[in-house]
Design a binder for this molecule. Sequence first.
Ligand code: DQA
Length: 145
Amino acid sequence: MTAKIMVLNGPNLNLLGTREPEIYGTETLASIEAKTHARAAALGVEVDFRQSNDEGELVTWIQEGRTDCAAIVINAAGYTHTSVAIMDALQACDIPVIELHLSNIHRREEFRHHSYISLAATGIICGFGSHGYEVAVEAAAKLVG
Ligand code: DQA
């Protein structure tokens, strides 16, 4: 059976392409999703790619991934720095969790240096822009392969 990797995106990532392009680049989330699917297909894994602005919806999806997926890649966006609930949901998962950010959060404002997601993550990818999604799927495929 093909391993399924859940790729979750948090608030405001639906605005990629026009949102602070000097930080996040000009690629849209739809374009990133297409490239992530292409990379996954080449690696022989399946990707379930989702975005929500809602913390509770992200928690519900993580709970779904916990039983239905082989790994979770998550760019929790602003919730990275605030959400104990998302961290708790990830900590309840017995599968690899990859934390992902487009920007290098450690090179930015101090409040972005702390991540609740890191406390539940197997590994972290940040600072490679949209290419990070392909790197994350590659890392996930390696971990579940
Ligand atoms: C982000 C970094 C976060 O600090 C920020 O709140 C985001 C995006 C990134 O992908 O670089 O919304 O997760």
